[in-house]
Design a protein around this ligand. Structure first.
Ligand code: HEM
Length: 492
């Protein structure tokens, strides 16, 4: 009887799928219908560029998973839309700028994280499994700018949060069952990942809720220390509630920054070390370029113009790995849109196939080969390439792009200055097929970080000053209820 029912169910599903495939109207762009929803796939660079500069293509779908993530109240920046999204995006960009993103202060914060990571990898010795290895380091500079704090790299509670985020990112990939059929959570709350999603949301919000409370207690409205302070000051103004300047929304926004920054930087660095270990010839050229310019001094963001091969290699890592393979899906408004002779139905999901743009054989020669030289011209200079879409394009492009570019540059360069990156001879061959999830990242692999010199590169004077300031104020946490302390704001 059960088998008969299952067979009927399969037939009904097949009929539905065939119906969906053939229900496409005339002038429907490349794509398909999924349970009644139009899904459009943009694979051409010019089309993506043009579409994403328009308001009509700048929405986000408010799926059950997304709304549940924010307790069904306001959706932050990544998943928000309309006036609220635009207001909070502008506010965040302004604050990040004022807090020193793109200026010496953020560079020093990243340099200190590179130094801490190099020391930790050196001390750990031997071979490491690389998976979430760079999460904490990549996130610390950002957390200091927005929330005035950093975590020790071995903080156990934070490490747990990183692992949970990694797991949930895999569960919450586009097209997951909960977004399509939310009622399934009642039948299988664990198997669908619903329990894990709620647990991660609750833990992350409780962590950020604590930080917000601590800021509230120590706030000096005349002297905002970070993004949280600036937000709290805004909360006191007239009409703040209507504009979503509320404590709960602040927690969601902090979760946005944290989740947007943590996986993307980590996945990019995972690709970088894996590809460099697989290509010792590229690594040798990078070692030579860095040694010639810097000797034993630590790398600065301003050095990038003098390191074309390092920049080319980072571009190639972004192209080859494409951690945001279909970006964050966009959504059309309530009206059909005519675009490039196509009619895009209302409420369509728009997926930019960035992986295709980065691997299109009609544009890139040998796209499946890792070859940084494709970004170097005859005279050895870096070729400007606009077809790299790792940070998206248009109205919703990555809000953290300038910080992320600096972080990736300083981390990759800093790791190369300090180590030979090698695949251990007894390790299984490293797999280059990505694991599915919100980001594309390599499957976990083992790597040997073999020190190149007895000591880490020398930090400059400003970075050393900032580190001693951090040491005197920074928290060593062992649980969520530990106190948060601020360092004095000081212009560098
Ligand atoms: C290598 C690192 C990173 C990559 C590859 C990356 C890539 C992206 C991409 C592809 C998008 C979606 C663009 C779209 O919807 O069309 C995005 C959005 C976003 N990113 Fe990043 N990102 C990185 C790091 C960061 C960092 C460090 C932050 C922290 C501030 C950040 C914050 C955001 C936010 C808030 C959004 C949502 C923007 C919006 O919807 O208006 N990202 N990022």
């Amino acid at each position: 009887m059960l088998e008969w029912l299952a067979a009927c169910l399969v037939v009904v599903m097949l009929v539905m799928i065939v119906r969906e495939i053939f229900r496409k109207p005339a002038n429907f762009p490349p794509g398909f219908y999924l349970f009644g929803q139009p899904v459009i796939i943009l694979r051409d660079y010019d089309l993506i560029h043009e579409a994403f500069s328009k308001t009509e293509f700048s929405g986000r779908e408010q799926t059950f998973v997304i709304q549940n993530r924010s307790f069904f109240m306001g959706n932050g920046i990544i998943f928000g839309q309309g006036g609220g999204w635009s207001l909070h995006r502008r506010f965040a960009l302004q604050q990040l700028h004022d807090l020193g993103v793109g200026r010496p202060r953020s560079e020093l914060l990243v340099q200190l994280e590179v130094d801490a990571l190099v020391r930790r990898l050196t001390a750990s010795g031997g071979d490491l499994e690389v998976n979430t290895t760079f999460c904490m380091s990549g996130c610390n500079a950002l957390l200091q700018l927005v929330a005035g704090k950093r975590y020790e790299l071995d903080d156990p509670v934070f490490a747990q949060l990183v692992n949970d985020t990694d797991r949930v990112m895999r569960l919450a990939s586009p097209g997951n069952i909960l977004s399509l059929l939310p009622w399934v959570r009642h039948l299988a709350p664990s198997a669908t990942g619903f329990r894990a999603l709620c647990a991660l949301r609750d833990t992350t919000c409780s962590l950020f809720g604590e930080i917000v409370e601590e800021h509230r207690r120590t706030l000096n409205a005349g002297k905002p220390r970070d993004y949280v302070d600036a937000f709290l000051i805004e909360m006191e103004k007239e009409g703040a509630k209507e504009k979503d300047f509320t404590k709960q929304h602040l927690e969601i926004l902090l979760m946005d920054f944290f989740q947007a920054g943590i996986e993307t930087i980590n996945s990019t660095l995972c690709w970088a070390v894996l590809l460099l270990a697989r290509h010792p010839e590229v690594q040798a050229r990078l070692h030579a370029e860095l040694d010639e310019l810097l000797g034993a001094n630590s790398l600065r963001w301003s050095d990038r113009q003098s390191l074309p091969y390092l920049q080319a290699t980072i571009n190639e890592v972004h192209r080859f790995g494409t951690v945001t393979n279909v970006s964050v899906p966009h959504f059309t408004s309530f009206q059909p849109v005519v675009f490039n002779d196509y009619v895009i139905p209302r409420n369509s999901l728009i997926l930019p196939d960035i992986y295709h743009v980065h691997h299109d054989p009609s544009y890139w020669s040998e796209p499946e080969r890792f070859r940084p030289d494709r970004f170097i011209d005859q005279s050895g200079q870096l070729v400007h390439e606009s077809r790299l879409l790792m940070f998206g394009t248009g109205r919703r492009s990555c809000l953290g792009e300038s910080l992320a570019r600096m972080e990736v540059f300083l981390f990759v360069g800093g790791l190369l200055q300090a180590f030979h990156l090698e695949l251990p001879p007894d390790a299984p061959p490293a797999d280059l097929s990505p694991q599915a999830g919100v980001t594309y990242k390599p499957r976990p692999f083992r790597l040997r970080f073999r020190p190149r010199r007895p000591a880490a590169p020398e930090l400059n004077v400003a970075a050393l000053a900032l580190r001693s300031e951090q040491n005197s104020y920074c928290i060593k946490r062992s649980s969520f209820s530990s106190k948060v302390h601020f360092k004095e704001e000081r212009e560098i």
